[in-house]
Write a protein that binds this ligand. Structure first.
Ligand SMILES: Nc1ncnc2c1ncn2[C@@H]1O[C@H](COP(=O)(O)OP(=O)(O)OP(=O)(O)O)[C@@H](O)[C@H]1O
Length: 360
């Protein structure tokens, strides 16, 4: 069993100082809009990922009028207790401690405490640009394969260096060919590694998303999912060579795995253009639950599930099926937020397992 049993929030978002116990594996959190439900889930996310699930600077999580924040968590993993602490110091320096040891690199923590969050804004995975989908794949793969995360960090660093090089070259109207060759070869090595890992992984993962979709939507909508990469048709080396003049002109690297995407189609038309709200929601859940199942299989235990405001997302029958799955079959500790206490309580009573209900 993997579960969060206690959390204490100090100067974090709307919390001055507050602590919560989670004795059960089904946790309902209710409160009005703006009462801090999402913030509480995000604090658990912080301890699993060393950062917020929102793409926001850490400083924005400090309670207004204060300096620094602290999140203390107690987790149970395979019958052992673990203490995780995330501190943002007054000078904005972040520290992360696992069982009193601080990490030199936060990336070492990723994957040890897996968790999957489903939040309303996540529909951007389907409706927004390719960056959202790459972020999803990278977050999942980084939890599964540590070397993937290391190579991705290195790739992004070299990409930045190459872009600075291109800017400098444009300003000078001249460039150091040898230095460009070094940057290219480093970028190629990391890029090819990431491409192969994404390809291997998505070959297995995307059919699982389709299967989840069919089971949630209760029908096959002729949905198709495909990994799209410029490297599918050309080698990365060829791409860099072919695009050099354009890169120099635009002062940034226009080809590589940082342009990858997942193509989502419904009846051979771009999904987001024709899909109904319900189909979008079903697909979002399909992606997230497939991620959950993959993590569970590979880690050998269920990740924590954080479900923010999902009652607003599905009709009653789908909701019941989903709750049955997350609260019973999944084997996970699950946190569910809602504005209605009664709705949460009624659903939990129907499930017939122990639960904690926390009012904010
Ligand atoms: N840095 C901060 N300092 C103080 N308060 C903050 C900070 N960041 C966010 N908040 C407050 O937290 C509240 C939002 O909390 P949260 O998003 O967790 O609410 P919620 O209960 O999930 O609401 P909803 O039901 O609308 O989703 C807002 O009132 C916001 O002003």
């Amino acid at each position: 069993m993997f579960a969060c049993r206690h959390i204490a929030l100090t100067q974090f978002r709307n919390y001055r100082f507050e602590s919560f116990n989670f004795n059960e594996n089904i946790i309902g959190i209710y409160g009005q809009n703006g009462s801090g439900k999402t913030n509480l889930l995000d604090a658990i996310y912080y301890l699993c990922f060393t950062k917020s699930s929102f793409n926001r600077p850490d400083a924005q999580s400090v309670k207004d009028g204060f300096a620094g924040f602290r999140i203390d968590g107690r987790f149970e993993k395979n019958k052992e207790e673990h203490k995780l602490v995330c501190i943002l110091r007054e000078n904005n320096r972040k520290e992360f401690l696992a069982d009193e040891e601080s990490y030199t690199r936060f990336s070492e923590h990723i994957g040890k405490y897996p968790c999957v969050m489903i939040a309303p804004d996540d529909v951007s995975l389907i409706t927004e640009g390719s960056e959202e989908r790459r972020k999803f794949i990278d977050t999942l793969l980084s939890q599964l394969q540590h070397d993937y995360l290391e190579q991705l960090i290195a790739y992004n660093k070299i990409l930045q260096q190459r872009n600075s090089f291109l800017k400098f070259a444009a300003e000078r109207n001249n460039y150091d060919e040898q230095l460009l060759e070094i940057l290219n070869s480093q970028l190629l090595e990391k890029g090819n590694f990431i491409y192969e890992r994404r390809q291997q992984f998505l070959n297995e993962f995307l059919p699982q998303v389709l299967a989840q979709y069919i089971s949630i939507a209760d029908k096959d909508d002729k949905l198709s999912l495909e990994y799209e990469s410029q490297l599918n048709n050309n080698t990365f080396e060829e791409l860099l060579q072919q695009n050099l003049q354009r890169d120099l002109y635009l002062q940034r690297t226009g080809t590589g795995i940082h342009k990858d995407d997942m193509v989502i189609e419904l009846k051979q038309t771009t999904f987001k253009n024709i899909a109904s709200q319900g189909q979008r929601k079903s697909l979002l859940f399909a992606f997230k639950l497939a991620a959950f199942e993959t993590l569970k299989t590979i880690k050998g235990f269920a990740p924590i599930l954080l479900l923010d405001d999902v009652f607003e997302k599905l009709d009653e029958k789908r909701m019941e099926n989903l709750l049955q799955y997350v609260c019973v079959q999944s084997g996970a500790q699950v946190f569910i937020t809602d504005t209605h206490k009664d709705r949460l309580q009624q659903s939990f009573i129907k499930i017939g397992k122990g639960y904690n209900l926390i009012g904010l």
